[in-house]
Design a binder for this molecule. Structure first.
Ligand code: CAP
Ligand code: MG
Ligand code: MG
Length: 472
């Protein structure tokens, strides 16, 4: 059926949520979205789309007598449709005025994911108008700040997750962190379930990590970073954990706050961003698979999750290994997401998003974009220009032999990588695993094949043998 014919099938309730002639949806009044939609059995594509637009904005399943002319102005509008996708425009005035990501998501991936009218609904892309970029915090402390702190440029920041994921005492945990740092690694993160377990009390873990970091910095002469998981049962406890770290003598820049952004929630993410603009806010996306796995017809794409993380002010978010590591993923998904949050202007699955309102007086805009695409820091002092970058954190089943293959897919090195088993499964242990990772990175930056480089670098040679054999 043509859209004209589809329009004729709509009832009065559905007709209030469609305008296929909407002039200039990108006029700034709307947040734009594209959903992959499979209608429920009794509805056609447009009918189902209008039901989604209703339930995810002002409506419900019937037109109500209590509607007013103004409430109708707040209706989301289906403004385009094709065989599989629907384009819906949301008046930005629908959203909470304090720049609240949780509120937006409650609309667009709220009730609608449970509606009978659809048998598939996945939010594939989202476009934010400039006015929204000004209202939302966006990142404050970025990978560029971390690079300055670590004095690490032109290569990925090399990190690990301490493994086993859980079960080490605080002293044992810190020992592994120390071994990674003296092996040459830059960045150690708590794993996503790390909290205040009785065998590894939070305050003791913090103290031991501080001692380990002092020792490693002294021995290597290099700065180091630790990302503390501050996720907690309530905000008071979350903030207590932040303050524990900040009062343990860590210098600014040497610690990040990790938050399990989906299980702890978006309010936790934004609370950390607003309380600690001088700290790297590390968004771990544990349980994102329930929404993002390609075989799941309901949810949202990795790109959408990542774009909202940038809006909320995460300094970095895990964006996946594009299938190179252990988790499901693809370049279309993971690399699009990674570049979608890093750049000033990025092409998503459906929208080109500009994260900076660059004015004509900026003169050579094309040159600015080119510099940005080459990793030069543009959005520095004049944040008014736009939203700072959110960096991809690449993790999940990687090991030193996979660093170059991943960079080959990513196309650049503007990311943090964290390898857990990839370091701690090394036959000679964590320190050797870290050194193998550093050597694999050196080989990459020198343009030397890792097998060639391994001839004179034994830790890398051992990693190649071990992970080569371990390949499933
Ligand atoms: C990686 C990791 C991270 C994953 C999550 C894990 O450990 O600690 O949580 O990166 O996946 O538990 O798997 P390994 P993603 O390096 O040992 O796999 O980054 O895709 O969100
Ligand atoms: Mg309701
Ligand atoms: Mg983990």
């Amino acid at each position: 059926m043509t859209s004209k014919e589809l329009l004729k099938t709509l009832n009065a309730h559905q007709l209030a949520y469609v305008d296929l002639e909407l002039k200039n949806p990108a006029n700034g009044e709307y947040m734009l979205t594209v959903f992959k939609l499979t209608p429920g059995s009794k509805l056609n594509m447009l009918q189902a789309a209008c039901e989604v637009a209703a339930e995810s904005s002002t409506g419900t399943n019937f037109m109500v007598i209590t509607e007013t002319p103004f409430s109708r102005e707040m209706n989301a509008l289906v403004y385009d449709i094709d065989k599989e996708h629907v384009w819906i425009a949301y008046p930005t005035r629908l959203f909470d005025r304090v720049g609240n990501v949780q509120n937006i998501l409650t609309y667009v991936i709220g009730n609608v994911l449970g509606m009978k009218e659809v048998s598939g609904l996945k939010l594939m892309d989202v476009w934010f108008p400039p006015a929204m970029l000004e209202q939302y915090d966006g990142p404050s402390y970025t990978i560029d700040d971390m690079r300055r702190y670590l004095d690490v440029y032109d290569r990925p920041i090399l990190g690990t997750i301490v493994k086993p994921k859980m079960g080490l005492t605080s002293a044992e945990y810190a020992e592994v962190a120390y071994d990674f740092w003296v092996g040459g690694g830059d960045f150690v993160k708590n794993d996503e379930p790390q909290a205040n377990q009785d065998f590894c009390p939070y305050d003791k873990m913090v103290r031991h990590v501080k001692a380990a970091m002092n020792k490693a910095v002294k021995e290597t002469g290099r700065k180091k970073v630790h990302s503390f998981n501050v996720s907690a049962a309530d905000f008071d406890t979350m903030l207590e954990r932040c303050e524990l770290v900040r009062n343990a003598g860590f210098e600014l820049g040497s610690y990040a706050f990790l938050i399990d952004g989906i299980t702890a929630g978006w309010t936790a993410v934004q609370t950390l961003r607003r309380r600690y603009p001088d700290v790297f806010i590390h968004y771990h996306r544990a349980s994102h698979g329930a929404y993002t796995r390609p075989e799941n017809p309901f949810g949202f794409s990795v790109l959408v999750l990542s774009k909202f993380a940038r809006l909320a002010g995460a300094s970095g978010i895990h964006t996946g290994t594009a299938g190179v590591g252990k988790m499901k993923g693809s370049p279309e998904e993971d690399i699009t997401a990674a570049n979608g949050i890093l750049r000033m202007k990025s092409q998503g699955h459906f929208f080109e998003q500009s994260w900076a309102s660059i004015t004509e007086r900026d003169g050579d805009i094309a040159n600015l974009i080119k510099q940005d695409n080459n990793g030069k820091e543009i959005l520095i002092d004049d944040e008014w220009r736009g939203m700072k970058k959110c960096c991809p954190i690449i993790s999940g089943g990687l090991n030193p032999t996979l660093l170059k293959p991943f960079i080959g897919v990513m196309g650049h090195t503007e990311f943090i990588t964290t390898m857990g088993a990839g370091c701690h499964a090394h036959p000679k242990g964590t320190r050797a695993g870290a050194t193998a990772l550093v050597q694999a990175c050196e080989a990459y930056t020198k343009g030397i094949d890792i097998r060639e480089y391994a001839k004179k670098h034994k830790e890398l040679a051992e990693a190649i043998v071990f992970f080569g054999k371990a390949k499933k």
